[in-house]
Write a protein that binds this ligand. Structure first.
Ligand SMILES: Nc1ncnc2c1ncn2[C@@H]1O[C@H](COP(=O)(O)OP(=O)(O)O)[C@@H](O)[C@H]1O
Ligand SMILES: [Mg+2]
Length: 274
């Protein structure tokens, strides 16, 4: 223990947050907190433009940024939705399909190395006590990379890589968080949708779109994101594996909140751990 009693010239950030802790998303209709265990899972958020996807994503990014056991890989076709977090991310990809593909391939390689290592030590997944950081890959507007920019081959390759990461990343400590404003079967095929353990449908214009996010049949059972009023931004139906959709409102971080969090996260990432 140090005998040095000199006061420190600046506060030492203490986080206490881990990506293995539940991530706060917002509150439900009864006012209870909605906290999800994202570790070993992935989350898909869908809904019409302006329905609240990026706001919700920012809550997840904020949690990840506050964790000392997590690295952020951000893919943001619009640049500004996640841009405030750039300085605390390991990777930031803007509207550039080549960079997007290169980074996803790198992430795939990291995942493969981790599986080789798990195999070597006869383990099935990374755990909190392993000296391995969890990588949270956040893709805001998947369709931007998979259907808007680049050639058809590049777009298909992007989807293939995302699918592989979603399918295999979990045990290797790779979490995919993806948003789409075009919930259509060509952007999110059922086989890809079903790989996401958490799905959140913000307001949708058709029951078909709502079902594409949540899963087939929910609209018929009355669980449709078309029932969310256009002015109810930030309200969504959150479905966790095997459960019922839960109506919730996501927490909102203002730009000022995010500046403060980024500052803090920055210190956290540059201070020697005690
Ligand atoms: N949970 C929320 N609380 C308050 N306002 C919200 C919330 N979610 C969204 N909004 C408002 O709606 C706007 C659009 O949300 P955004 O997340 O950018 O939509 P999307 O990414 O789905 O296009 C935000 O700029 C904000 O003004
Ligand atoms: Mg958005």
């Amino acid at each position: 223990m140090s005998t040095d009693t000199q006061p420190l010239d600046k506060p030492v950030p203490v986080s206490g947050l881990s990506i293995y802790d539940p991530v706060h998303l917002g509150i439900d209709e009864r006012g209870y907190g909605v906290d999800i265990e994202l570790i070993y899972r992935n989350i898909l958020l869908g809904g019409e433009p302006g329905s609240g996807k990026s706001v919700a994503l920012n809550n997840i990014v904020a949690h990840a940024a506050m964790c000392t056991d997590t690295r952020l890989w951000l893919f943001d076709g619009k640049q500004v939705e996640l841009g405030l977090w750039k300085s605390v991310s390991d990777v930031f990809v803007g509207p550039d399909i080549d960079a997007g593909l290169q980074r996803l391939q790198e992430l795939q390689r990291v995942m493969d190395w981790r599986y080789d290592e798990l195999d070597r030590v006869r383990r099935r997944k990374v755990t909190q006590t392993d000296p391995v950081d969890v990588i949270v890959a956040v893709i805001d507007e998947i369709a931007y990379y998979s259907a808007t920019i680049g050639s058809k081959e590049q777009q298909e390759k992007f989807v293939r890589l995302v699918r592989d990461l979603v399918a295999r990343g979990r045990a290797a400590g790779v979490i995919v968080v993806a948003a789409t404003q075009r919930p259509s079967a060509d952007i999110i095929p059922t086989s890809l949708r079903d790989l996401f353990g958490f799905r959140c449908a913000f307001r949708c214009t058709t029951e078909a779109s709502s079902d594409i996010i949540l899963g087939h049949g929910w609209a018929k059972q009355g669980q449709s994101a078309t029932h969310i009023a256009p002015e109810d931004r930030g309200i969504g139906l959150l479905l966790a594996e095997g459960g019922m959709p839960r109506r919730m409102k996501s927490a909102y971080l203002s730009d000022a909140d995010i500046y403060a969090l980024v500052d803090y996260a920055h210190q956290l990432r540059t201070t020697i751990a005690y």
